[in-house]
Design a protein around this ligand. Structure first.
Ligand SMILES: [Zn+2]
Length: 364
């Protein structure tokens, strides 16, 4: 068994939200009686942690020391099976012997207790049958924690990013799909069975909307997600409704990227309508969340977040119309491509409140 003794899986006493990182780590990582020794354990109590962001194109990684990014890099994600992906992750860890713990962020559903990635969109492999966390812990000799990528992004922003110091915040990841997370009282809230934060699946057009990958209809991400924008843009190219977009992609509908639709909204009325609709949908979702939660800040990240300025006039108009609060939240973008890796590293340093302790290497 690779998860250590019962003590290793018991959540230590929760650190205060504003505890300095070193103090928090000292409580989170008590020296175990049979501590592993080995060539990789250069500084077992060092403050350095490694965050790995497993994406469909690349594995981005950062080291975080006392909340500061000290090293970072990226390697291509293998598409030749789980073994090769695990090897690539372990190879990065081998280059960072000073890291005492590892956090892995990945898209999709996961089981943090068993250390399994249940569904990994965009990376081929039999993921659900593999104990990725324990295998990686054994391969690297270091504790491993798995996190959903949207939540990792949120946690990194809450601890070290645009929402640092905020007590109440909403996080949205605009990517191929739309993910999200909620912070309340300075803590990331996972919800029942740790499944909360699915902002992308808020019903916006539940009667006559597009079908969503989740099985529902008219979810936010079917209107404002990157895949949806690209698909609707492709339809415009096919029907000849967006000449500027068609010209930009050489008449190839499947070549449409969400960024094309956003960029050409300035000159192509059909693209402008898609962007307006997306901004409007985002506004409805965020106005509802704002009324319910009264956040100080809304942080928007993800691969499509750079297009947020095009959505903003529509989003802001809806927000101002439907928000009932006197004080409305700041909306900020976090477009650093390493934000997910930073969050994974923050997760490794100390998991969010209520989240399982990391998976220990065998023999502990
Ligand atoms: Zn959905």
């Amino acid at each position: 068994m690779t998860q250590g003794g019962p003590q290793a899986r018991t959540r230590p006493q929760q650190a205060q939200a504003r505890t300095r990182p070193q103090e928090a780590q000292a409580r989170m990582w008590p020296q175990e009686p049979h501590a592993r020794t080995g060539p990789q354990e250069v500084e077992p109590r060092s403050g350095t942690v490694l965050g790995l962001d497993l994406g469909g194109t690349s594995i981005k990684w950062v080291t975080l020391t006392d909340g500061q990014v000290t090293r970072k890099g990226r390697v291509p994600t293998p598409h030749s099976g789980v073994d090769d992906v695990l090897r690539a992750l372990a190879d990065v860890a081998a280059q960072v012997p000073e890291a005492r713990a590892i956090g892995v962020a990945a898209a999709g559903a996961l089981d943090p207790v068993a250390g399994r990635l249940l569904v990994v969109p965009n990376i081929a492999g039999e993921w659900s049958t593999r104990a990725v966390g324990p295998e990686l812990a054994d391969a690297t000799g270091r504790p491993v924690n798995l996190a959903n990528d949207a939540r990792a992004f949120a946690y990194g922003q809450l601890r070290h990013g645009a929402a640092a110091g905020a007590l109440d915040a909403i996080f949205v990841t605009l990517g191929t799909g739309i993910g999200g997370a909620i912070a309340s009282d300075g803590q990331l809230r996972m919800g029942l069975a740790r499944r909360g934060g699915e902002i992308g699946h808020m019903p916006i057009e539940p009667v006559d909307g597009r079908k969503c990958g989740c099985g529902s209809v008219g979810c936010l991400e079917t209107i404002a997600g990157g895949r949806a924008l690209a698909e609707m843009g492709a339809d415009l190219v096919r029907t000849g409704a967006a000449p500027a977009l068609a010209a930009a992609v050489g008449g190839q509908p499947e070549a449409v990227e969400p960024a094309d639709v956003v960029r050409l909204a300035a000159v192509d009325p059909a693209c402008a309508r898609l962007v307006a609709r997306a901004g409007h949908a985002l506004g409805i979702a965020l106005a509802g969340l704002t009324n319910a939660l009264a956040p100080e800040v809304i942080v928007v990240g993800g691969g499509v977040a750079a297009g947020l300025p095009a959505f903003r006039p529509h989003l802001d108009e809806v927000m101002s119309r439907y928000t009932v609060l006197v004080e409305t939240p700041r909306i900020v973008t976090a477009v650093d491509g390493f934000a997910g890796a930073v969050g994974a590293a923050a997760w490794a340093a100390e998991p969010p409140s209520g989240y399982p302790a990391p998976i220990q290497p065998s023999g502990h």
